[in-house]
Ligand binder design. Structure first.
Ligand SMILES: [Zn+2]
Length: 253
């Protein structure tokens, strides 16, 4: 039986090629011109990998804080026209307009939560955690964040009604965060290439179970990312949880 899948962590670029701003992380990875993330291409890869639903944030909102507000609006419009595409609204904690946008967009069924990228936006959650997570907690919002050196457990314990997704499962940092959150409000996702490490998925499931692991692609090779879960040495039930059931439950789809 083919397991349905929800890609909870994807990104979209939509600016025309000549206007694309470089992504600093992309440079380090030497992706150069091979990296694009246009919906026309992504949706083909997602479809081929039998992924039915995609949650994405616009890369334009992450690369340059001057574009965050506009990109949130663009994304909000885009998801209205594409039934299986949902939005993460990006908050820049130094820009109050992004909080107003989040307040408005989170009321829409097409907005699944808040996206943070402290690394690309150059701030820390030590500094802005209180502001962001009290806002999220008041709205029972789910917050997806690029991982860093923050103490996620202390933050999640202090804001029990916010849900944290510490993205890009890569090892002990993620596993321990999920394991040690008192209120079980930290999740991780398998998006990105770090989850391809030998036995990482198997080890994570052995340590924290499969209930708080979400599937994501981070735009990279949807079929390979799906295969990493589908062919993992874990029980079928865990594969179904990671690929589909956890997201269905958490986001109420
Ligand atoms: Zn991301």
């Amino acid at each position: 039986m083919i397991i349905n899948a929800i890609d909870t962590h994807c990104h979209i670029r939509y600016a025309p090629l000549e206007k694309l701003k470089p992504i600093p992380i992309s440079d380090i990875m030497q992706e150069g011109p091979c990296y694009t993330a246009y919906w026309e291409e992504l949706s083909q890869m997602e479809k081929a990998a039998r992924i039915s639903t995609v949650f994405a944030s616009p890369i334009e909102a992450l690369v340059d804080t001057a574009d965050t507000v506009q990109a949130n609006e663009d994304m909000f419009r885009l998801v209205q026209d594409i039934p299986n595409l949902y939005q993460w609204v990006v908050i820049d904690p130094r820009n109050d307009i992004t909080f107003e946008q989040a307040d408005r967009m989170l009321k829409s069924k097409k907005c699944v939560g808040i996206k943070l990228h402290p690394r690309l936006h150059h701030y820390t959650l030590e500094e802005y955690g209180e502001k962001i997570f009290s806002f999220a907690e008041n709205r029972s919002a789910i917050v997806q964040m690029h991982y860093g050196k923050e103490n996620y457990v202390d933050l999640a314990d202090a804001f029990p009604h916010a849900t944290f997704i510490v993205a890009h499962l890569g090892g002990a940092l993620h596993i321990n965060a999920v394991k040690n959150a008192k209120h079980r409000n930290i999740y991780t996702d398998t998006s990105g290439m770090a989850s391809l490490k030998n036995k990482l998925i198997e080890y994570a499931v052995s340590q924290i179970g499969s209930d708080r692991i979400l599937f994501g692609t981070d735009t990279y090779a949807a079929g390979a990312q799906r295969g990493r879960i589908e062919y993992a040495m874990i029980p079928q039930e865990d594969k179904e949880n990671i690929l589909f059931n956890n997201a269905k439950r958490l986001f109420g789809l």
